[in-house]
Design a binder for this molecule. Structure first.
Ligand SMILES: [Fe+2]
Length: 168
């Protein structure tokens, strides 16, 4: 992958909008047993959108825990998948630096937020590895887009869409 590679913006937008669909109560039973992200990809494939799967399955922060998985995924991931995964690390209720996003997760889900219902907890060493992988993700995406992390912005239409959604 080289700097300046074109990506499918419509695919990125669709994947970004739908990446958490497996969290919906109406969807969860249909994808029971699948990991978060894989459930979204599976459900979307069943509903006619298999093209979104690759851009969605790698987005959960929990994927960054698995070093072997990351080392397979990272060099092969499409630009679309990298952007969706990175966006997930920057976008909460608002666009924020990755450090704030991680801090927000830790505040909201102490102390088992990282694994939700899993029994194990991440050690400080594992958390450090996760942050390093996230930093590599950020560096790659920003290199591809030829921007610095502080220059990343939401697309213009998202402000209108968020206002509309809040009124619904
Ligand atoms: Fe997610």
């Amino acid at each position: 992958m080289t700097v300046g590679k074109l990506l499918d913006r419509r695919l990125v937008e669709a994947a970004a909008l739908l990446h958490d669909v497996d969290k919906l109560a109406a969807v969860r039973p249909e994808v029971a047993g699948l990991a978060h992200g894989a459930g979204s990809a599976e459900w979307l494939a069943r509903h006619g959108h298999p093209e979104l799967a690759e851009a969605i399955v790698g987005h959960p922060v929990t994927r960054l825990e698995d070093g072997a998985w990351f080392e397979r995924w990272f060099p092969m991931a499409s630009a679309e998948a990298l952007v969706v995964a990175y966006s997930d690390k920057r976008a909460g209720q608002r666009l924020e630096p990755m450090a704030e996003r991680f801090a927000s997760w830790e505040r909201r889900y102490p102390p088992d937020w990282r694994t939700k219902n899993a029994l194990e907890r991440w050690s400080p060493e594992t958390l450090a590895d996760i942050r390093l992988r996230a930093a590599r993700l950020e560096a790659r995406v920003c290199e591809l887009a030829d921007v610095e992390p502080r220059e990343v912005r939401r697309l213009e239409w998202t402000g209108r869409a968020l206002r509309y959604a809040r009124q619904a």
